[in-house]
Design a protein around this ligand. Sequence first.
Ligand code: SF4
Ligand code: SF4
Length: 414
Amino acid sequence: MKTKRSGSSFNSLNSERKLESLFLFTTGKCNAKCAMCFYANDMEKKAPDLSFGDIKKISETAGPFKRLWLSGGEPTLREDLPEIIEMFYRNNHITDINFPTNGIKTDRVVSWLQRLRRNCPDSNISISVSLDGFGKTHDTQRGVTSFYRAAETLKKIDDHFRDDGHVIKNIATVITKYNIEEIIDFVTWVYGRFNVSTHTIEAARGLTREAGVKVLTEKSLRDIQDTIAPFYPLYAKRIGAGMNAIGRGLTKFFYVGLMRTMYNIRAANLEKPSCWNMDCTAGETTLVIDYDGRFRSCELREPIGSVKDYDCDVQRILHGEAMKKEIEAIGHGYRANCWCTHGCWIMSSITFNPGKMIGMMIKSNREIKRLVRPVTVNEAVLRELEDKYRIDRDKLAAIGLIAVPADAVRAGVA
Ligand code: SF4
Ligand code: SF4
């Protein structure tokens, strides 16, 4: 890797609880119709997006913080998104940009990443492309034909940023009734066909657009998580490639530990609230701003005001009565008993509970050690899966994901 990743907020333990992460829903527009979308009702309201001027005031009053998490709607549908991100980079010195996308706007994703790398050189950009299953499964779950387009986006990101450690490539998959039967095969195929640093699996959350898509139970989620456990050390190995032995060891310890801890907490909370065994720091270290200006402490709690009532002044919001009451009501999760499955808040809270974190990491690493077994991901396995799920290999070849002719062995898959 030629360009190394900057120090991330996840690389340091924090104890001072102040704004660390701003979750900005940049637009209420989307070009997909996902069955498991938890934001469909909010987008249906078709309220206007916050203006650039409103977001400018938010940035100018927020002070320094580390992570900007984009959300939506589909972030790439907001035309002035690069300017917005660059503004936070200049004003707030953000070190981490989380950029989720459904991957439909391939060229825009790549050109915006190039621009952001030029204009925000010291920030890490985690680009997370949604891919929910093989071919038709993905398209059914997403409500639009976009499987090969999302795959092409991933390939082009890799072509342009393969050696750039500041661009962290991720695939996110939400488990629903549509893909649950194929999820293990899909995790295997994704690892073999895409050069990404992480593949996260998510449990559908909130009120979904389509009723009945949430079929996971705690047991079935734990079974899936245990079965895919061998892939965590493999991804850690990818991330640590090019580091010295100490760097590789630490990367493996923290990556495996964080993923397993997050998955354990998520599974425990799937059917009922179950204490995270650490404080949830929602509202203290995180602020969510919806596309229309409503704000919340976390994505799963109700809005408690509108930024417009505070002249978009983040300090007034963070120190205002509404937020104070909300933090009091949550009581770090213990008072509200609202323990949830939301990975972003679990991950964020882990870093603010350094005393608990190391113990969780050690336990999780031990669990993974017990679960790891050899997995075979070679060209024959990948092709078998592509046949089984009727993937069009000519299209994969056109994208560049497999060699042409299609039966040539793809280099680099072990
Ligand atoms: S989940 Fe994301 S991509 Fe899908 S409809 Fe909702 S906002 Fe759009
Ligand atoms: S536990 Fe979950 S729902 Fe409750 S405040 Fe924290 S992130 Fe929000």
